[in-house]
Ligand binder design. Structure first.
Ligand code: GUN
Length: 299
């Protein structure tokens, strides 16, 4: 029997509707600041999608565009302003950045409580030990998919192909915290098939079309494709040979329309979370001031 094909758009809509409802009901004012440096076409598309999602669900979004030649100082100065701005719930710097700008410096400068991308070392560290933090949006989207589809993780062999700091690595740690057995593979892995064949859940996040072929996938496996490569005609393709692999897998995510829409929805989820946490902080500060004024504080 052919695999069940996941509908990422449907789940993303469900997540976004829930967020929109909460924003409206609680009269919240989440705000996401998006920073784009240069004119990489893919980055422009991603930032536009994020901005549109914000507008759709009631998140205020401001966009800051810089040319390819922008200096590191220009970007860090803006981040410092946004860090201090109480109206700004979340800050996102679209990657990649031009080479004159250090990604490490920029990411490390964003306050961890405004790092809705979940890229700051504090958030990555907390995610790795299962503490409350901002999970990176793509791994969080995959976690939401796994929850929605009631896919069991405990004791399962999860093989992750691709070990980037923003997807593969944090995803493995997050799934490890759900008691799965994790194997990481990268471009140096000697016999990739030897590992992928053993996967109950196979996740590929490389960006190489047809990297995962049918012979590399166990029968009835769950296959999650995070690869996104645009061909010459602009068509988006995943890492998995979808038409062939779906013949023997149990469940498969397509590209486009699989994990992609979840990334944006989960970024929205993180932005709302950032706003709620900062709102709570502001509230507790106000009650401290009020109790100071009324002399209620015992000190
Ligand atoms: N570049 C590719 N994916 C991402 C992402 O999730 N966030 C940011 N900021 N840049 C990216």
């Amino acid at each position: 029997m052919a695999a069940r094909v996941f509908d990422g758009k449907k789940l993303a809509e469900k997540i976004k509707e829930k967020i929109a409802k909460e924003i409206k009901e609680k009269n919240l004012k989440p705000k996401l600041s998006l920073i784009l440096v240069g004119n990489d076409p893919a980055s422009q598309v991603y930032v536009k999608k994020k901005h549109e999602a914000c507008q759709e669900i009631g998140i205020i979004s401001d966009q800051h565009f810089f040319t390819e030649k922008a200096s590191e100082k220009e970007i860090t100065e803006l981040i410092e302003i946004l860090n201090k701005d109480p109206e700004v719930s979340g800050i996102l710097v679209q990657l990649p950045l031009p080479e004159q700008i250090s990604v490490k410096k920029v990411i490390n400068l964003i306050l961890p409580e405004k790092d809705v991308d979940g890229f700051h070392p504090v958030n990555i560290g907390k995610a790795s030990i299962g503490q409350n933090c901002f999970f990176p949006a793509t791994p969080l989207g995959i976690l939401r998919l796994i929850e929605e589809e009631k896919i069991e993780l405990q004791g399962k062999n999860v093989v992750i192909v691709g070990t980037s700091n923003i997807v593969g690595k944090p995803l493995g740690l997050m799934l490890l915290n759900k008691n799965a057995t994790i194997t990481y593979c990268n471009k140096f892995t000697k016999d990739l098939k030897e590992f992928t064949k053993k996967a109950d859940i196979l996740i590929s996040a490389v960006g190489k079309p047809k990297l995962i072929t049918k012979d590399m996938v166990k029968k009835n496996a769950i296959v999650i494709d995070v690869g996104t490569t645009r061909n010459e005609t602009g068509k988006l393709t995943g890492d998995v040979d979808f038409e062939e692999v779906k013949k023997t897998a149990l469940f498969i995510t397509p590209v486009p329309g699989g994990v992609g829409p979840l990334t944006v929805a989960c970024l929205m989820e993180n932005t709302l979370k950032a706003e709620k946490q900062s709102f709570k902080k502001r509230l507790s500060k106000t009650s401290e001031i009020n109790s100071d004024c009324t002399g209620e504080k015992n000190d």
